[in-house]
Design a protein around this ligand. Structure first.
Ligand code: SF4
Length: 710
């Protein structure tokens, strides 16, 4: 029996794995974040074991024939190292790039960053977490001087008075967390859900607010306008613990509720009801997730909601404040230890001379040899194979072909490379394009730490041996480092790598130096920062001060801008994307688990829109954007706005539709809204009593106008 954690989302639910003959069973385990509960994905997570689709040998493609041929690990690593060295010699160090993932353990993320900077000397490394939580990270750093998803344990939700969830469907994406909403309401607290769709989370809400995608920022401005106009700003807190409020106050002065209604589509009465609820509560907690963050205005949207929380005097108070519900299993730790283009381990800036000196000492290299900041994830992918861009890409823990925005364009870039290397457990859509495919371990076959959405560092323990021929990502990295004559240590033992990581993070914002594997086992995880082995860790941040040098939080004035792509006559509806309960991210794992239902992508449309285009429930519709098109069955539901359609993104083709416009601060693509056209695939051919096609004439409610702030 092995105590470990689920392989999927940022909740990192505790579970026990038990061997039963050749099978591996998931058993309930009491752990603080899930108290024994798991969602369907967790219960079925061992389903990938023994699948015939499991990769068990390295594969190398013959470009002349297109065939993949099985080779040994040494041959594959020799070939990769030789090609990387040749590309570097011919085109410079930045000719080689690395793309990591928010599901990799801290140890892997750390060693991958080191491989890029020390062994390859490239600045070109980023990861898919850039597409997940980066806008909240950027906002948290600006407002509080630090970015930790939740600055308090998740269970604090139960003790607040009003919980505002902006763009989160946690009841469906992390069901064990939904119990906190139920307990909060049982003790008389209120839940507010802000979402363009009435989701299972919205159904639990006391107040459900349904804005147009891309307008959450305007809603926050309007709420703060009313809080200020009603005299509910906590002036003492603002005075003592923050800076910058007066500019924010001036900025929200013109956001009266009727103007908010015109921009967001949320009735002025609901804006007032929300503001009244917040103004009258002793403890308010605002949590954002991808729905608010995956926009070109994502950082500013989060800042606008942080401004609301600060004006009410909440951050740092018990069971109150602002937090981000991170998404991927190690979305938090993945951005702390060096696989992000602008970071060194410990959440250090790669541009900070003191940080470079510290990490250079740990790595045993001259800090001057550590490259500077590289391209962000989408910018990196869109540069591949171009005159100034990388000529090779190594991908670990990511299925770019499915998950990247504007996926057709990204796929073309991947195909233009001189060398594409993909390490995965199955032949994902991205691995299928690779020149070299490397079969690597999955979670139950290896140990390593993850950092969950609370900043709690947890330990996944190895429960079973990997199949013959499969190696861990740490082996892969160390094998390449050795072939590239990289200086320093390259252990393949996760605990040894963690010991080095601890030293590299010492003194950084995300300081792990006091955390050990034994402590994690004994204490149900340890919260960072934890600067010494006798330090208790830090479950709650900001009680006494914020992380800026003066100890104060920053109000930052932001303005509503609306989505990058406006609806038009050609593309008259707003497309938004999201998740379903039974699938995870690109679906590379969950789509292969038999016990999980896989009905494929679908298009949620409101009956009014369905009537207008002549679509019926279950029948195919064609959805088009400026970048691509796809067909999927319609799901006609009253839970979505009539001017919005929704498609879950776990299947190939959905991200052909999404917009690659980036947030200027976080470089987050605008996954959550773009302009689209939807039409029935059958209406033109459907038989009618008079032999002619009748397109029902039901008018859409006009979309709210997009309005620039005064
Ligand atoms: S909620 Fe997340 S961590 Fe928990 S079982 Fe489900 S997928 Fe796994």
């Amino acid at each position: 029996m092995t105590d470990t954690h689920c392989p999927y989302c940022s909740l990192q639910c505790g579970m026990t794995l038990q061997r039963k003959g050749p099978a591996l069973e998931v058993l309930e385990r009491s752990f603080p974040v899930n108290e024994g509960a798991l969602c369907r994905k967790g219960w079925t997570s061992t389903g990938l074991r023994g699948t015939r689709e499991r990769l068990t040998t390295p594969l190398v493609r013959d470009r002349a024939t297109g065939e993949l041929t099985a080779v040994g690990w040494d041959e594959a690593l020799d070939l990769i190292a030789a090609r990387l060295s040749a590309l570097r010699a011919e085109h410079g160090a930045d000719a080689n790039a690395i793309f990591g993932g928010g599901g990799l353990t801290n140890e892997k993320a750390y060693l991958l960053g080191k491989l890029a900077r020390v062994a390859l000397g490239t600045s070109q490394i980023d990861y898919n977490g850039r597409w997940c939580m980066s806008s909240a990270a950027s906002a948290g750093n600006q407002a509080f001087g630090i970015d930790r998803g939740l600055p308090f344990p998740l269970a604090d939700i139960e003790q607040t008075d009003v919980l505002v969830l902006v763009g989160s469907n946690l009841a469906e994406t992390m069901p064990p967390a939904a119990r906190h909403l139920d307990r909060l309401r049982e003790r008389g607290g209120k839940v507010v859900v802000v979402d363009p769709r009435l989701t299972p989370t919205g159904e639990r809400a006391d107040l459900f607010v349904q804005p147009l995608p891309g307008t959450d920022l305007a809603l926050a401005l309007g709420v703060l306008h009313l809080i200020d106009a009603g005299g509910s700003v906590d002036e003492a807190y603002v005075q003592e613990r923050t800076t910058g409020f007066e500019e924010v106050r001036r900025g929200v002065a013109s956001w009266w509720p009727e103007r908010v209604e015109r921009v967001t589509g949320v009735e002025a009465a609901d804006v007032r009801a929300l503001a009244d609820l917040l103004a009258g509560a002793e403890k308010v907690m605002v949590l954002t997730a991808r729905g608010a963050e995956q926009h070109t205005t994502g950082t500013d949207t989060v800042l606008a909601w942080i401004n609301v929380a600060l004006a009410l005097g909440m951050p740092g108070r018990p069971a109150a404040g602002y937090g981000c519900l991170t998404g991927q299993g190690n979305g938090q730790g993945g951005r702390e230890h060096g696989q992000k283009a602008d970071q060194l381990p410990g959440y250090r800036s790669i541009e900070d001379p003191a940080a470079r000196a510290h990490v250079g000492r740990v790595w045993g290299v001259d800090p001057a040899t550590i490259p500077g900041k590289g391209r962000s994830a989408y910018e990196l992918l869109s540069a591949l194979g171009t005159a100034d861009g990388p000529r090779s890409l190594m991908v670990l823990g990511s299925n770019i072909v499915v998950s990247a925005p504007n996926a057709l364009a990204v796929t073309e870039r991947l195909q233009s490379l001189d060398l594409l290397v993909v390490a995965d457990i199955v032949m994902s859509e991205t691995a299928a394009l690779a020149d070299v495919v490397l079969p690597v371990t999955q979670w139950a076959e290896e140990s390593g730490t993850m950092t969950n959405l609370e900043g709690r560092v947890i330990l996944r323990e190895r429960a079973i041996s990997p199949p013959a021929g499969v190696r861990s990502d740490l082996d892969l990295i160390a094998g390449l480092a050795a072939r590239l004559d990289a200086p320093g240590g390259w252990s393949t033992d996760p605990e040894e790598v963690f010991t080095e990581l601890r030293a590299a993070t010492a003194g950084g914002r995300a300081d792990y130096s006091g955390i050990t594997y034994d402590r994690i086992r004994a204490e149900d995880g340890v919260f960072w920062p934890c600067p010494a082995e006798d330090h208790a860790g830090t479950p709650r941040l900001f009680a006494d001060s914020f992380a800026h040098p003066d100890g104060r939080a920053r109000f930052i004035a932001v303005e509503h801008r609306g989505p990058a792509e406006a609806v038009s006559a050609a593309y008259p509806v707003h497309l938004t994307t999201g998740r379903v309960l039974a699938q995870y991210q690109s679906g590379a794992q969950t789509r292969r688990i038999r016990e999980l239902p896989d009905d494929g992508a679908f298009v949620e449309v409101h009956p009014l829109l369905a009537g207008r285009i002549g679509a019926r429930d279950g029948e195919p519709v064609l959805i088009r954007t400026a970048r691509g098109e796809m067909k999927a069955p319609a799901r006609v539901v009253t839970t979505i706005r009539p001017d919005v359609v929704f498609v879950p993104f776990h299947w190939v083709g959905v991200n052909k539709l999404t917009n690659d416009a980036l947030d200027p601060s976080s470089r987050m693509p605008e996954f959550k809204v773009c302009a689209a056209a939807v039409e029935s695939c059958l209406v033109a051919s459907r038989d009618t009593p008079d032999g002619r096609t009748h397109r029902p004439q039901i008018a859409l409610q006009p979309a709210p106008s997009r309005e620039a702030p005064a």
